[in-house]
Design a protein around this ligand. Structure first.
Ligand code: ZN
Length: 343
């Protein structure tokens, strides 16, 4: 399987993040991509290529222009304001406040940022832009006939909305790939999200769309990030009614229970009838993941790949989360191996 990756993706490096009230090293760091790259390059015979540059157009097909301009320029403005650390908001426009753009950079950050775990650094835009190009290149490889292609996206994307960043995500790589596939002539695309966390950004982007189905298995948002989206009764709206399927699962879910839910997901995808499935692949379902609570064992990732292959559909594989760094590369390589072994 071809692997797409750019060294520019290492340029985003948060100094720290708040977790459980404590400032510590960021779980999402460049070493994640390096370990995945080493493992998948070894297991897939070293077919690593850099992304093509699709420009800003396919990004603007998903994200609002003001948000993209903000992301592109915020670091320079933060620097010009003389701030010593990574860029973080100071306040957020909750419903009792007004959603207006203040002059202050601290306030403007709160307009677009939704959590305290996603700082912006000197290389954030460069890395996020490259990550989106990786997703687009993987989508194009599949569009041009490849059965699978691995887009080693980092930073991840599935929490990013049209004008919102959170959960280590700035640009929604999977959504950008799906939208590009629609623009390239595909009539129906599914985004299947198997990351531990609900892909709230992807859901929101396509919630009213009849041509893009979003299907997600994830930790119940009653207990887990992103908390405010991902419940089973969120099924789509307007033209997109019944094109959104959330399968929230309890903490402690093991492969056996997950696999049964995945069968439900795959049946829904077959009923929708897409020509391509964009896979949002997170391996933070692993039992040793430091921020997640499912119980996948290492060998379950091969089985996951095989079960996904039973869809018998072309699939750009877009990397999302996974934070147990020692096992991260091997677990991703296992999914790719299972996909190619087939059902
Ligand atoms: Zn995740």
């Amino acid at each position: 399987m071809d692997i797409i990756f750019s060294p520019d993706q290492l340029a985003h490096h948060a100094a720290a993040e708040f977790n459980r009230g404590k400032l510590g090293p960021s779980f999402e760091h460049p070493g994640r991509a390096e370990t995945i790259l080493a493992a998948v390059a070894a297991s897939e015979g070293g077919n690593v290529s850099p992304p093509e540059d699709f420009g800003i157009g396919p990004i603007l097909a998903v994200h609002d222009r003001d948000y993209v301009e903000f992301l592109r320029g915020v670091w320079d403005r933060w620097q010009a304001a003389g701030r010593p650390g990574d860029a973080m908001p100071l306040a957020w426009p909750q419903p009792e406040l007004m959603r207006v753009r203040p002059r202050s950079i601290d306030g403007e950050l709160g307009l677009y940022c939704a959590d305290i775990g996603t700082p912006i650094t000197a290389g954030t835009w460069r890395a996020a832009y490259a990550s989106a190009q990786v997703a687009l290149t993987a989508a194009r490889r599949v569009h041009e006939g490849a059965r699978y292609c691995f887009g080693l996206c980092r930073p991840p994307g599935h929490h990013a909305g049209k004008q919102m960043y959170m959960g280590y995500s700035f640009l929604n790589n999977a959504a950008i790939a799906a939208e590009w596939l629609i623009a390239s002539g595909h009539r129906r695309i599914t985004v299947l999200d198997v990351d531990y966390h609900h892909g709230n950004g992807t859901q929101a982007i396509f919630y009213d769309r009849a041509d893009v189905q979003y299907v997600s298995l994830h930790a119940d948002p009653e207990d887990a990030f992103p908390f405010f989206l991902g419940r089973a009764d969120e099924t789509g709206t307007g033209a997109g009614a019944d094109t959104n399927l959330n399968l929230p699962l309890p903490e402690g879910t093991d492969w056996q229970a997950y696999s049964a839910a995945l069968d439900t997901a795959l049946d829904a995808i077959r009923a929708f009838g897409p020509s391509v499935v964009v896979l949002s692949l997170g391996v933070d379902t692993f039992e040793e993941d430091p921020i997640s609570r499912f119980r996948f064992k290492a060998q379950d990732f091969v089985t996951l790949g095989r079960q996904l292959a039973s869809l018998d559909l072309p699939m750009p594989v877009i990397m999302e989360g996974g934070y147990a760094v020692a096992a991260l590369g091997a677990n991703v390589a296992s999914v790719l191996k299972g996909l190619q072994q087939g059902a």
